[in-house]
Design a protein around this ligand. Structure first.
Ligand code: CCH
Length: 287
C-alpha cells in the first residue's frame, strides 16, 4: 500500500505510524547535522508552517504547506528551513499519499517525541495549496523585539500569555545560525533533548549583552556559550510571563503537559478537520 496514490488509498493509524518510523530512522541515521540531529530544524519547520495563522481572516496555518513556494520560502524568518524540507523529501517520495502539510507537522511531532519530549497527539487531514495561499511576510515573530511584539504576534494566532510561554520552551532545542537569522548559538547545553532547561536557564543564569559585531543578543555570564534573544529575555522582564517561566522551571511534568497541549493547538490552527479525522498517538522507535 505504501506506493498507492492519494485518490485510491485511505491511510490508517498503521500507515501514519510507518511514516513516523521512517522519519525517526532518518533522524537516527543522519546524525552529522548541526548538533547531531535534524530534530530541532524539523520542529522549527512545523512551527513556521503553522505560525502564519491569522484568526481574524482565517488565513495561514499549517494547512497548505505554502512555504514550498515563493515568496514564503524566501521570507527572512524561513531562512535555513530548506534543510528540513529537503530532509523530508525522500519520506514524501516513499509515501506519496501523505500531503506535504500533514508530513511537515508529522515531522515536528516525530522530532519532539524522538528527542524525549512528551507525546504529541496528531490528526491528519491537511491539504496542500498553491502559491496563491502564501501569507505576507511579517507574520512570524521578530527576535529583536520584546514582550509587546511577542504578544501581538501570538494573540493574532489566538494564544494567551501562558500558552506563549509554554511554546517558547521549544527553545530548549536547536540553535541560532549566523547564516540564517544573524544570531548565534544554542539556548541550552543539550539542544537535541527536550527538557525544561530553557526556563531553568532563563531564571538561574545571569544574562548579559554579548559584545560582538552581530545583532544584539545575550550570553550567559558564566560560560558565555549559551544565548538568549531579546524576545527570550522578554519572558523574564515581563511580570506576567515570568510567573509562567517560574512554574515551568520548577516542574518539567507540568511543562511537558502544557507544551503538548499548546503545540497541538499550534499545529492545528486553520485546519478544517472533520469528524472523520481521528487523533493518533504514535509509539516512539524505542517503544
Ligand atoms: Fe524559535 N527561533 N522563535 N521558536 N526556534 C529560532 C530557532 C528555533 C524565535 C526566534 C528564533 C518559537 C518562537 C520563537 C524553534 C522553535 C520555536 C531562531 C534561530 C530564531 C531567531 C534560527 C536560525 O538562525 O537558524 C522568536 C522570536 C520566537 C517567539 O517570539 C516557537 C513558538 C517554537 C516552537 C514551538 C526551534 C526548534 C529552533 C531551532 C532551529 C534549529 O535549526 O536549530
Amino acid at each position: 500500500t505504501q506506493g498507492a496514490e492519494a485518490k485510491d488509498f485511505k491511510p490508517e493509524f498503521k500507515d501514519f505510524q510507518a511514516v513516523y518510523n521512517e522519519i525517526a530512522k532518518a533522524l537516527q541515521e543522519n546524525d552529522d547535522y548541526d548538533d547531531g540531529s535534524y530534530g530541532p530544524v524539523l520542529v522549527r519547520l512545523a512551527w513556521h508552517a503553522s505560525g502564519t495563522y491569522d484568526k481574524v481572516t482565517g488565513t495561514g496555518g499549517s494547512n497548505g504547506a505554502t512555504m514550498r513556494f515563493d515568496p514564503e520560502s524566501s521570507h527572512g524568518a524561513n531562512a535555513g528551513l530548506i534543510n528540513a524540507r529537503n530532509f523530508l523529501e525522500p519520506i514524501k517520495a516513499k509515501f506519496p499519499w501523505i500531503s506535504y502539510s500533514d508530513l511537515w507537522i508529522l515531522g515536528g511531532v516525530t522530532a519532539i517525541q524522538e528527542m524525549q519530549g512528551p507525546k504529541i497527539p496528531y490528526r491528519p487531514g491537511r491539504l496542500d495549496r498553491d502559491f496563491t495561499s502564501c501569507t505576507p511576510d511579517g507574520r512570524l515573530p521578530d527576535a529583536a523585539q520584546g514582550a509587546d511584539h511577542v504578544r501581538n504576534i501570538f494573540y493574532r494566532m489566538g494564544f494567551n500569555d501562558q500558552e506563549i510561554v509554554a511554546l517558547a520552551g521549544a527553545h530548549a532545542l536547536g540553535r541560532c545560525h549566523t547564516s540564517n537569522s544573524g544570531f548565534d548559538g544554542p539556548w541550552t547545553f543539550s539542544p537535541t533533548v527536550m527538557t525544561n532547561d530553557y526556563f531553568k536557564l532563563l531564571i538561574n543564569s545571569k544574562w548579559q549583552w554579548r559584545k560582538w559585531d552581530g545583532p544584539k543578543q545575550y550570553e550567559d555570564k558564566e560560560t558565555k556559550s549559551l544565548m538568549m534573544l531579546p524576545a527570550d529575555i522578554a519572558f523574564i522582564q515581563d511580570k506576567t510571563f515570568k510567573q509562567t517561566v517560574e512554574k515551568y522551571a520548577a516542574d518539567n511534568d507540568v511543562f511537558f503537559k502544557d507544551f503538548s497541549a499548546v503545540i497541538v493547538k499550534l499545529f492545528e490552527l486553520g485546519v478544517p478537520f472533520t469528524e472523520a479525522n481521528p487523533t493518533y498517538v504514535f509509539k516512539t522507535l524505542e517503544q
